[in-house]
Design a protein around this ligand. Structure first.
Ligand SMILES: [Zn+2]
Length: 344
């Protein structure tokens, strides 16, 4: 087992100056590098031992000390890991999935270094249930599945309507087909190894996504979905796509806190909200729906990977132009019986 370069783009400023990455805030520059450095770097792929790297360096005219100095410099700036993150992926992960997830692993390696494989393995084990408005739900399921979340449940019944079709989601050719079958075909086309079987009542999902009109009364969710460790709202209001809030019982505001805050601002809100429950979802353009799906997907992955996404206790609103027009913070409400934020 050898060392692996973190997958940032390597660019030569001159024969002895190497830059990793191009972002002004994060790029790393190594100076005074001897000739032959490129031959050594080419072997930092996890498959070559330090001895093999030194031998290649010797052939390129570098002494063992020069190779060791180069490796030490790369380590100091976290440009190299001493273990291949792919080795931490589950042993039973099919080869096809392992190949498909290379891009995700490379992206995670830029952030998490040698721990990227551990982070991706955790993601692969997460369980997510997606409910509600299928125009959001199916493309979001394909994003999550193709990003490594293999255990997804999308409760569905009835037949596909043409109005719910969407790029990356249900297709126009699926019109009038059984919705459950069509969803499975679309998601499995994006991630053939995904497991879409219904969750048993005993399973506690890591996340439930609830898509629908913003502010509508809580839908009647299936039992596992109600027990999820976290919940993300996703919907449309007056043409704005709204992503969030993501709520974690006992750690953030809960859905009841959100409703109480809305009622504080407008005492008539409960009467208005009751009418939203049976109403069709507001229209939302294809582009804005996909923008919201991509944003929601990234936020969900950040949460599942153990980070703190921007929609935790907050919602982001996207205009039809694609611009983020507003961020709303939702704090625990003093009148709500849920756990106070001090428990976080
Ligand atoms: Zn609450």
């Amino acid at each position: 087992m050898g060392r692996t370069l973190i997958p940032f783009r390597a660019l030569w400023r001159d024969a002895g100056t190497l830059q990793f990455g191009t972002d002004p805030d994060h790029a790393i520059v190594l100076t005074g590098l001897p000739a032959g450095t490129a031959d050594v770097l080419a072997l930092l792929d996890g498959a070559h031992s330090d001895e093999a790297v030194r031998a290649a360096g010797a052939e390129a005219g570098l002494s063992a000390d020069e190779v060791d100095s180069l490796l030490a410099a790369l380590e100091r700036c976290s440009a190299v890991t001493d273990r291949d993150p792919a080795n931490d992926l589950p042993g039973n992960l099919p080869v096809s999935a392992r190949r498909q997830l290379r891009g995700e692993l490379a992206t995670l390696t830029q952030r998490h270094g040698a721990w990227a494989g551990v982070v991706l393995s955790r993601r692969i084990d997460r369980r997510v249930v997606l409910t509600g408005d299928h125009r959001f739900v199916v493309p979001l399921a394909t994003v999550l599945a193709a990003s490594g979340v293999r255990r997804l449940w999308i409760p569905a019944s009835g037949r596909v309507r043409i109005g719910e079709t969407m790029p990356s989601g249900l297709r126009a050719i699926d019109e009038r087909q059984p919705r459950g079958t069509a969803i499975a075909e679309v998601v499995l086309a994006a991630a053939p190894d995904a497991d879409l079987r219904p969750f048993p009542n005993s399973l506690v999902p890591d996340l439930t996504v609830v898509a629908g009109p913003v502010g509508a009364p809580a839908p009647d969710l299936p039992t596992p979905a109600r027990k999820a460790r976290a919940r993300l709202e996703l919907g449309v209001r007056d043409g704005l796509a709204v992503v969030g809030p993501l709520t974690v019982p006992g750690r953030t505001a809960c859905p009841t806190c959100v409703e109480l805050a809305r009622t504080d601002r407008d005492p008539d809100w409960p009467a208005l909200a009751a009418q939203l429950g049976g109403a069709p979802t507001d229209p939302c353009s294809v582009a804005n729906t996909l923008a919201a799906v991509a944003l929601a997907g990234a936020q969900i992955l950040e949460h599942l990977d153990g980070g703190r996404p921007a929609v935790r206790s907050a919602s982001l609103e996207l205009a039809a132009s694609g611009a983020i027009v507003r961020r709303r913070q939702w704090d625990p409400h003093p009148a709500c019986p849920c756990t106070s934020p001090s428990a976080a």
